[in-house]
Design a protein around this ligand. Structure first.
Ligand SMILES: NC(=O)c1ccc[n+]([C@@H]2O[C@H](COP(=O)([O-])OP(=O)(O)OC[C@H]3O[C@@H](n4cnc5c(N)ncnc54)[C@H](OP(=O)(O)O)[C@@H]3O)[C@@H](O)[C@H]2O)c1
Length: 233
């Protein structure tokens, strides 16, 4: 599981789960590149982690292609980019907003995979991000749950098509991160109380799963759940 000197690109690596993954990979000696859409976040993260940072809007396929063309070869691509998903009950369904959610989390991932795959060295990997909402949705989560289900299936399909590149995904349960905003304390406490392990995830818990999938050289097509027992609750 030695990833020292391997090149790891974390798309969405300037905040939350992606940031923790970038930090863990850098701590293991990997050459890390963090990517996201806002200049301020990229500057802050790349300075704090002492890694290279690039500003790319992952919903812009030309920008994604240009970024990977300039990057050259890499060993591992991690995709954690996402925005806060506001709930959308069917009565309020809005096609433009729904397409926007798929645009970043599903088509953004697929666009990045297309650009990255030809540049991934032997032994390398792609790790995507899904979520437990796909298996245990609550009311209002139709679009968010569908994205998770789509990414689950995409992971398995890519693992077959892109082999021997390994393609896996991490499935976090509720994880304390900037995605939930500053006022999420009560929600996170309530969620913690409902889980077998009595707490929500921390970004470092979830980062461990990405590091495992990057370094584990015989795992592909796997969705690794890190949820404190959410799927059992
Ligand atoms: N936290 C949870 O409880 C949880 C649970 C299950 C699944 N997930 C999923 O895990 C992923 C990471 O979540 P997180 O909690 O780490 O969220 P986060 O802290 O909000 O981080 C999201 C990252 O995505 C980047 N991003 C957003 N839009 C982008 C765009 N158009 N182009 C490039 N980068 C973009 C953000 O940076 P910029 O703003 O600079 O672009 C940021 O670095 C998301 O897909 C989320 O849905 C999270």
């Amino acid at each position: 599981m030695d990833i020292s000197k391997e090149r790891v690109v974390v798309l969405g690596g300037t905040s939350g789960i992606g940031y923790a993954t970038a930090e863990a990979a850098a701590a293991q000696g990997a050459e890390v590149i963090v990517v996201s859409s806002s200049r301020s976040r990229v500057d802050e993260a790349s300075q704090a982690l002492d890694v290279v940072g690039e500003v790319v809007d992952l919903t812009d396929s030309d920008a994604v292609d240009g970024f990977f063309a300039g990057l050259g070869q890499l060993d591992h691509m991690v995709y954690t980019a996402g925005e806060s998903l506001s709930l959308m009950p069917i009565a309020d369904f809005d096609l433009v907003r729904a397409r926007g959610f798929f645009g970043l989390r599903y088509f953004g991932a697929l666009t990045a995979v297309r650009a990255a795959a030809p540049r991934i060295r032997a032994g390398g990997s792609i790790t995507l991000t899904t979520g437990t909402a796909g298996d245990r949705p609550t009311a209002g989560w139709s679009v968010a749950a569908s994205i998770c289900g789509a990414v689950d299936s995409l992971t398995r399909a890519l693992a077959v098509e892109l082999a021997p590149i390994r393609v896996n995904a991490v499935k976090p349960g509720v994880t304390r991160s900037p995605m939930w905003g500053a006022d999420a304390g009560a929600f996170l406490d309530e969620t913690a109380g409902s889980l077998p392990l009595g707490r929500v995830g921390e970004v470092t818990d979830v980062a461990d799963a990405y590091l495992y999938l990057i370094g584990q050289r015989f795992t592909t097509g796997t969705i690794l759940t890190v949820d404190g027992g959410t799927l059992l609750a």
